[in-house]
Design a protein around this ligand. Sequence first.
Ligand code: SF4
Length: 68
Amino acid sequence: MKDREGQASGNVSAIGQCLTCAHARSIAHPHGGDAYWRCGLSDTDKRFPKYPRLPVNDCAGYVPHEGA
Ligand code: SF4
């Protein structure tokens, strides 16, 4: 798992749309486990959980980030 300005690489089958979403930020696990994912859209829209259950599929808020 590699961080890049808040975005991380990962397995799309395990993470789903959050992997390539402009709203998503990966947060390194403090003890070296898998990173977890924070949905930035949750700050302004309570339909979206702050820490979505993965994998996320068919998300209404999904916006592909540049390069996705
Ligand atoms: S909007 Fe959906 S796909 Fe994007 S980060 Fe939030 S939960 Fe993940």
